[in-house]
Design a protein around this ligand. Structure first.
Ligand code: 5GP
Length: 194
């Protein structure tokens, strides 16, 4: 998606450890218009599917997920990373190792928000080694929900996540695909980089 690639080129900062900082529009300050455009693109890509629910994980997946839910007219559920007194029902849980924080979290979704009647679109901000999406897929399996596919804003295609998701037989659509951070610059899989 050209608009997202241009924004990454303008505002993205490559950090050590193959981490891209996008605090200008996604991970700290959020650009609602750009998020709306991401939602439109996910809506276009998955228009043949009857999605009943968007699933993401807090916190950075929520912005693109909520815009996708708005455009598809379906609820957005975000898996929680912290145990909370407001999570008092039965839970679906999965373990997720965090790429950026280097800690293992247990993510949870209240059983009342996902069921075998759902056809789920999983949305997240980044795809690195696929641990977050893998945990969300595990939660969908526990709920016996169908998964229509995964929508990612920024995929780092040189890491293992995309392969892992495809190996699980799940459709993956990523709006910007990064091939490398060579010379501390962002290079995209499609050749719009030169
Ligand atoms: P994965 O679980 O695929 O290894 O990593 C994806 C999760 O880690 C995303 O939900 C995102 O929050 C975080 N993440 C992974 N790589 C990056 C990155 O390069 N930049 C930022 N800002 N977050 C990342």
């Amino acid at each position: 998606m050209k608009l997202l690639e241009e924004r990454i080129r303008e505002d993205g900062v490559v950090l050590p450890g193959d981490v891209l900082k996008v605090n200008q529009f996604l991970n700290h300050q959020i650009d609602p218009e750009l998020m709306y455009a991401l939602g439109q693109e996910f809506g276009r890509l998955y228009k043949e599917e009857t999605i009943t629910k968007i699933l993401t994980v807090e916190s950075s997946g929520i912005a693109p997920a909520i815009m996708t839910g708005l455009l598809m007219h379906v609820p957005v559920v975000f898996a929680k990373k912290q145990k909370s007194s407001t999570l008092d029902g039965s839970l679906y849980t999965a373990k997720v190792y965090s790429y950026t924080k280097k800690v293992e979290n247990t993510i949870s979704v209240d059983e009342k928000f996902l069921s075998a009647n759902d056809n789920v679109l999983i949305i997240d901000d980044f795809l690195a080694n696929g641990q977050a999406v893998n945990g969300l897929l595990d939660i969908c399996n526990l709920a016996e929900a169908e998964v229509a596919g995964v929508g990612i804003a920024i995929e780092k295609s040189f890491q293992k996540g995309a392969e892992l998701i495809k190996k699980r037989g799940v459709r993956l659509e990523s709006l910007a695909r990064i091939s490398s951070f060579r010379d501390n610059k962002v290079h995209f899989v499609r050749s719009s980089e030169n």
